[in-house]
Ligand binder design. Structure first.
Ligand code: SF4
Ligand code: SF4
Length: 391
């Protein structure tokens, strides 16, 4: 992979080594002078504390006023590490292309399997479709039936957007996925792809086309914008709900920007719900913990950062927690199993379903338990293994 390709595309030369990105990082503690020095090392391709301590939360891209993409510069250096050293054995269980992996170990009900089967058609069921992504495939009953009637879901596991590889800096896999998705969607009759998952939305809208030469002919829309548009057109008449919810923003939402984050809040407010904030929120909010495994592939890091996040949500004002990223929801579900004494976790789609008069079975804890069990059985025993592998 040619580093100069990215230098040009991602505006790396615009970096003035001001240090803003690392000074605002919530996971490492740098003085201004240290932050400047560490970014200088990152820019020169030298070893840096930033490369070791970064947990891939993506927020520094939102902090950089020069749009110089510090996030990619840090974690693309991880790609060099991967090319040199491969991955530790404990990372294998997290990789969708390895077996066993945590996705294949999930057991689904008959109703969920039937949804997977219906969603996996080769050709699109409508010109506007909902892309499920891996996270919604893991929790398919989150999609309200009334939504599916207007917005058919179309997608399957092998059309994964590659977000996990991107976050780990395994760029050859991301490039491979960009090519596969370009070939799959070429000539398919769709005008618009709607995304609940901010990760899938950002990958299809920005990362894959801008960095990995994917080409898609459809436009991309976030679910919140699509749903509010349909309400305005009269396709849905949601009833007013009441509730007092503390909101979690996702890592991708921070780089998608304020409009994206505000549209999630507007949708909840339009349903009659009161949205509360954590003391650190939006760009400065905490990661759910999922990204914490991306640097050291450590389940302990994931647990540590995931618990820190859920504690901050539990301490904030608001009766329940609402998350719009299904990955955050699943990750926080595993944290709630470890610490069950806190606020109830809810997903934005559950509130939409409720406003449309539906109540579907909650599969969160069952799925979260299978993720925890899989990690305990397949990743932890390899924790101290010296074996390495390449994808
Ligand atoms: S990446 Fe941006 S915020 Fe970070 S040092 Fe460079 S210019 Fe400053
Ligand atoms: S990605 Fe997050 S953890 Fe890593 S340097 Fe940027 S702000 Fe810090």
């Amino acid at each position: 992979m040619d580093r100069n390709d990215f230098r040009e595309r991602l505006n790396w030369n615009a970096c003035v080594e001001c240090g803003d990105c690392l000074v605002r990082c919530r996971y490492m503690s740098f003085t201004r002078e240290e932050a400047k020095a560490e970014m200088g090392k990152v820019n020169r391709g030298e070893p840096s504390r930033a490369l070791d301590g970064c947990m891939s939360c993506y927020a520094c891209n939102a902090f950089c006023e020069k749009n110089a993409h510090p996030y990619e510069r840090i974690h693309y250096a991880w790609n060099d590490r991967y090319e040199r050293e491969g991955l530790p054995a404990r990372a294998s269980y997290l990789m969708p292309s390895r077996q066993p992996n945590f996705r294949e170990d999930m057991s689904f009900t008959d109703e969920e399997r039937e949804l997977h089967r219906r969603w996996a058609a080769d050709d699109p069921p409508a010109r506007t479709v909902l892309y499920p992504g891996c996270n919604l495939l893991a929790l398919p009953l989150l999609v309200p039936k009334a939504v599916m009637n207007v917005l058919p879901v179309w997608g399957r596991w092998d059309l994964c957007c590659g977000e996990m590889y991107f976050r780990m800096g395994i760029l050859s896999k991301v490039r491979e996925i960009a090519g596969r998705l370009t070939r799959f969607y070429r000539g398919k009759k769709i005008d618009e792809m709607v995304f609940v998952c901010p990760a899938g939305y950002n990958m299809f809208t920005n990362v894959l086309p801008q960095q990995f030469e994917a080409r898609f002919s459809f436009r991309t829309t976030s679910f919140a914008d699509w749903f509010m548009r349909k309400v305005a057109e009269g396709a849905f008449s949601p009833k007013r709900l009441s509730g007092d919810l503390v909101i979690q923003d996702s890592c991708h939402a921070r780089v998608l920007g304020r409009d994206f984050m505000e549209s999630q809040r507007r949708l909840l407010a339009e349903l009659g719900l009161t949205v509360r904030e954590t003391p650190r929120n939006r760009e400065d909010g905490l990661c759910c913990g999922m990204a914490a495994g991306c640097n050291s592939y450590s389940a302990f890091d994931l647990l540590r950062h995931g618990m820190r996040n859920i504690r901050s949500l539990d301490r904030a004002e608001g009766g329940e927690i609402v998350q719009y990223c299904t990955g955050c929801y699943l990750t926080s579900g595993t944290m709630r199993l470890v610490n069950p004494f806190g606020k109830r976790l809810t997903h934005l789609l559950e509130w939409v379903g409720r406003a449309l008069g539906e109540k579907r079975p909650r599969m969160l804890y069952r799925r979260a338990f299978s993720v925890l069990k899989g990690i305990a059985l397949h990743a932890l025993p390899k924790y101290f293994s010296r074996k390495r592998f390449r994808l």
